[in-house]
Write a protein that binds this ligand. Structure first.
Ligand code: PMT
Length: 398
């Protein structure tokens, strides 16, 4: 089952250089199961051949208003009715102006006026055009009518300047579409997720860390955000990019993570603690790089606070989800952590098992619930497991 199976997505491509990136968007949406149709403005067809979209989507591409119906009897109405959602990418300043003021002088703007489907627009243009009061006003008008505006990215633009106006990356646009269709089981809820491995300094150049890549936590944050939650992602050291539309708080040490978590704790509905927090830190961190003169030397470690245990002790109405990373006696040790840390459920993974735990894309877990219920899951992607965790959180919160 793909995330967009059976969904009808109409993409309007207008005349910007970023039109070529939308081929990738169309391709990804199709791979996610969507039925994709494309309307291009004449200007867009100057940048990318309609045939490229036709081959990518497997559907005829419409450009001309009066070229004869390629797909249906009354083409603009048929296309307007087809869409579950309309995505305009890239959206030029000219398109935004016309859409904001109800001008329908080509096929795309006519369909936009005729459709009752929700619309998502991804503006992309020169920074000054984007910042122009006319464009900003037009975006405001569209937003006030419920159109979802995807924030333009910042970077090098085709016009040679470095600024805001880039089309967001195809994967980010597709993530927004997936999110649009996802059941919003966490709407109105604020979820705190921790991820990654804390780094405990030894001296200015060395530290103690662990093998956590952040994949499990970042997928959980992504799944919670897609399900409609407001997400705060408190992240220690990771090797993955953050999901879009979450508030990322970067920390290094266990003490910093504790402070960041406690600062949010009173305002959240649930915490998913997937970070691998170092149990110990170096007692006396050297101010200068330690020289390698001695044949051996000893580091004295002191215990870090157990963040999750502290959350469990201070718990008011928050739902608490912990992880247990074990290499033996998985269920026994996980049950003990569930009780000691006052958790609602715990995700137990045997990190010595192949395909589970640190730095891989999959995990093999057992969920142990407060009421004693146990759920065993086979090996699955961390993305799929994250969805299950989010579902359980939603069930318990409701
Ligand atoms: O990041 P990945 O590469 O995707 O790997 C995922 C993972 C293996 C890190 C993840 O699946 C996982 O198991 N996370 C928990 C790691 C861990 O520290 O487990 P633990 O059994 O030592 O700790 C139990 C729980 O207490 C955890 O929720 C942990 O976040 C929390 N803890 C631990 C120590 C501490 N000082 N403070 C804590 O809050």
């Amino acid at each position: 089952m793909n995330e967009l199976d059976g969904k009808n997505i109409l993409i309007g491509v207008t005349g910007g250089i970023a039109a070529y990136k939308v081929v990738e968007v169309a391709s990804r949406l199709k791979k996610l199961g969507a039925n994709v149709r494309v309307i291009m403005t004449k200007a867009a067809a100057e940048f990318v051949a309609p045939r490229t979209f036709q081959e990518t989507t497997g559907n005829a591409v419409s450009v001309e208003m009066f070229a004869g119906a390629v797909n249906f009897h009354v083409e603009h109405i048929a296309l307007a009715n087809f869409a579950d959602v309309v995505l305009i990418a890239p959206a030029t300043a000219n398109f935004l102006a016309k859409a904001a003021h109800g001008i329908a002088d080509d096929l795309l703007t006519t369909v936009v006026l005729a459709t009752t489907a929700p619309m998502i627009v991804a503006p992309s243009m020169n920074t000054h055009m984007l910042e122009h009061p006319a464009t900003q006003k037009n975006l405001e008008i569209l937003a006030s009518r419920g159109v979802q505006i995807l924030d333009a990215a910042t970077g090098w633009l085709a016009c040679g300047i470095n600024g805001k106006g880039r089309l967001p990356e195809p994967e980010d646009i597709c993530a927004e579409i997936v999110k649009f269709f996802a059941p919003k089981i966490l709407r109105g809820k604020k979820i705190l997720v921790t991820a990654g491995g804390t780094m405990e300094p030894i001296d200015p150049v060395r530290f103690i860390c662990n093998r956590s890549s952040g994949k499990m936590g970042y997928e959980t944050a992504r799944a919670a955000q897609i399900s409609g939650a407001e997400v705060v992602l408190i992240s220690a050291n990771v090797s993955v990019a953050p999901p879009p539309n979450v508030r990322l708080v970067k920390v290094e040490t266990a003490l910093e993570m504790r402070d960041a978590v406690l600062a949010e704790y009173d305002s959240v509905d649930a915490v998913v603690m997937s970070a691998a927090v170092s149990d110990y830190r170096v007692k006396n961190v050297a101010a200068q790089k330690i020289k390698k003169d001695a044949e051996s030397f000893t580091l004295e470690l002191v215990k870090n606070p157990d963040i999750l245990r502290e959350l469990g002790a201070r718990k008011t109405n928050q739902l608490l989800v912990g992880f247990a990373a074990e290499t033996q006696n998985l269920i026994e040790y996980a049950r003990a952590k569930l009780t000691e840390k006052n958790l609602d459920f715990i995700v137990a993974n045997n990190v010595a098992q192949e395909g589970a735990g640190f730095a891989v894309d999959t995990n093999i877990v057992t969920l142990i619930h407060r009421d004693g219920a146990v759920e065993n899951f086979p090996k699955m992607s961390k993305a799929a497991l994250a969805e299950i965790i989010v579902q359980r959180v939603a069930e318990k919160l409701h």
